[in-house]
Design a protein around this ligand. Structure first.
Ligand SMILES: Cc1cc2nc3c(=O)[nH]c(=O)nc-3n(C[C@H](O)[C@H](O)[C@H](O)COP(=O)(O)O)c2cc1C
Length: 200
């Protein structure tokens, strides 16, 4: 199976990079083909230009490749820190440019965009890993856990993926090495549940 991993964190020494490394290694040892994008490393341009908005536009090769990969992925893994209750801007721009009509969703005939779209992504599962410095209860009670709504409902639900699993690792700023190792083990365990082998 082909699994797409999208990582958005500028620091190679970050826990987000450690999550990505664990995910790549575990998937490969399960026999999957991994398509890994470190958006900062590849200097992904997050700005959606006006000419790219129409569905039938001619896309730049780089965006066309991202679109083809995400459309064909059997599984998707997104990894990023919580920045102001949102993904880093580089990842928001990736969503704007890649999770586009005709690739990730479409409107039914007679619907010019006001209705409920049909999801087109064929991935059988999507996993999202986040890190933050806010305890879970405060994130939920005070901020309403916006990343859960964004990824589960606004993006993957809308694009047809309901087998969704998200994990927030917190609090990063004062954690221990033992805690980090336990968290990385839990990433490998998740992957073994969701993407064990070709029959997942
Ligand atoms: C621009 C920016 C915005 C941030 N916003 C939040 C936030 O809204 N809530 C929060 O708990 N942590 C916030 N943080 C802290 C990061 O979530 C935290 O540094 C990161 O998850 C740590 O993971 P890492 O070790 O992989 O860098 C923010 C950090 C930055 C740089």
């Amino acid at each position: 199976m082909v699994i797409s991993i999208i990582l958005a964190h500028p620091d190679l020494k970050s826990f987000n990079h450690a999550i990505a490394k664990t995910a790549v290694e575990t998937l490969k040892s399960n026999g999957h083909k991994v398509i890994f994008h470190d958006l900062y490393k590849e200097k992904f341009d997050p700005l959606l230009p006006a000419k790219e908005i129409p569905e039938d536009t001619r896309l730049p090769d780089k965006i066309k490749k991202h679109c083809a990969e995400i459309a064909e992925a059997d599984g998707i893994i997104i990894i990023h820190p919580n920045w102001w209750g949102q993904p880093p801007a580089i990842l928001k721009g990736w969503v704007d440019r890649v999770i586009r009509p005709g690739v990730a969703y479409e409107f039914l005939e007679g619907d010019s965009g006001e209705g409920v779209p049909r999801g087109l992504l064929k991935a059988k599962a999507a996993l999202v890993y986040n890190t933050s410095n806010t305890k879970t209860q405060r994130e939920q009670n005070v901020f309403g856990d916006p990343l859960e709504t964004i990824w589960k409902n606004c993006i993957f639900g809308l694009c047809g993926i309901t087998n969704f699993h998200r994990r927030m690792f917190n609090v990063i700023v004062n954690n221990t090495e033992k805690q980090r190792n336990n968290w990385l083990e839990s990433v490998a365990k998740d992957i073994n549940i969701f993407f064990l082998n070709d029959i997942f």
